[in-house]
Design a protein around this ligand. Structure first.
Ligand SMILES: [Zn+2]
Length: 308
């Protein structure tokens, strides 16, 4: 058995938000190049992401909102939804594959075809709230995946882990009143989107950290705060909002994580998944905009998932 699936789709290259936008298709090309250069392509099970259906997307978002987004693409050029989030003619083709990747990943780990899966997709999702696209995000890919696992596979407890430099406000918005889903996150604060610190629900284990926080403090927080809460929740599936803009070299934020920290946290989560989730981990790309550190970090993360 190949332990780890790698899921992507060429339509994820079709979404663009204008010249020089940091959330660009080159991110996925950099990941692919590095994966091949590292010889990792021999060890992974490659899959094309399917299209997420309106029904699947509508578990995380109101159906009217989903249909509105799908219909709101320009015939040419770019249309802005907020100052940093825009759609082009191919945007929704990419967005439904990004969400569909998480759906397939859940199906693959539930059927035990693989132990875990990484989804190299864009647009990212964790800022997408129930009824609001924002922050480069349209559909909340991790939320769609978690809902699919509960609705189609009958899971009762899921954990979402988020180590992106930004708070996953969308994921919190979708699950704050749903005790089946626990979210554990770390994020730079104060920083965009300026959320995650006011009266979080009991199932939201959000840890704001100041700019300049490095890996030693990150590991302490994971050990002291995330892990006890995660063991208590006892998730049957772990979904990762894998954002690599928390890397030291990424100018989008000011945290100081490096590849070894992503490997370490991945190993902690694999140990947890071995204990309570029959090894099941679904990891979905969020941020990460410095192409070199993004690609190195993703490959390190996948090596840790695949235990290579
Ligand atoms: Zn981010």
């Amino acid at each position: 058995m190949t332990a780890t699936a790698f899921i992507t789709h060429k339509d994820c290259w079709l979404h663009e938000m204008g010249p020089y936008h940091p959330e660009c298709a080159d991110r996925l090309s950099a990941i692919n190049d590095r994966l091949i250069a590292a010889g990792m392509d021999l060890f992974l099970a490659f899959h094309d992401a399917p299209v997420a259906t309106v029904e699947q997307l509508s578990r995380a978002h109101p159906q009217e909102h989903v249909e509105g987004l799908l219909a709101n693409v320009p015939e040419s050029g770019i249309r802005h939804l907020d100052p940093d989030t825009a759609v082009c003619p191919g945007s929704m083709k990419a967005a439904v594959r990004a969400a569909g990747a998480g759906i397939l990943a859940v199906d693959l780990v539930m059927s035990k075809e693989v132990e875990n899966a990484f989804c190299a997709v864009r647009p990212p999702g964790h800022h997408a709230e129930k009824a609001k696209a924002m922050g480069f995000c349209f559909f909340n890919n991790v939320a769609v995946a978690a809902h699919h696992a509960m609705a189609e596979h009958g899971l009762e407890r899921v954990a979402i882990i988020d180590f992106d430099v930004h708070h996953g406000n969308g994921t919190e918005d979708i699950f704050k009143d749903d005790p089946r889903v626990m979210m554990a996150s770390i994020f730079q604060h104060p920083f965009y989107p300026y959320s995650g610190t006011d009266n979080p629900a009991p199932n939201m284990v959000n840890v704001p950290v100041p700019a300049g926080t490095r890996g030693d403090a990150f590991r302490q927080i994971v050990t002291d705060i995330w892990m006890p809460a995660l063991r208590k929740h006892n998730p049957q599936l772990i979904v990762i909002s894998a954002g690599f803009d928390s890397h030291y070299e990424d100018d989008m934020g000011s945290l100081g994580l490096v590849e070894a920290d992503y490997v370490w946290v991945t190993e902690q989560l694999r140990a947890l998944a071995d204990e309570c989730a029959e090894k099941r981990i679904v990891s979905i790309l969020e941020g990460g905009y410095a192409l070199s550190s993004l690609a190195r970090s993703v490959v390190s993360h996948i090596k840790a998932l695949a235990d290579i």
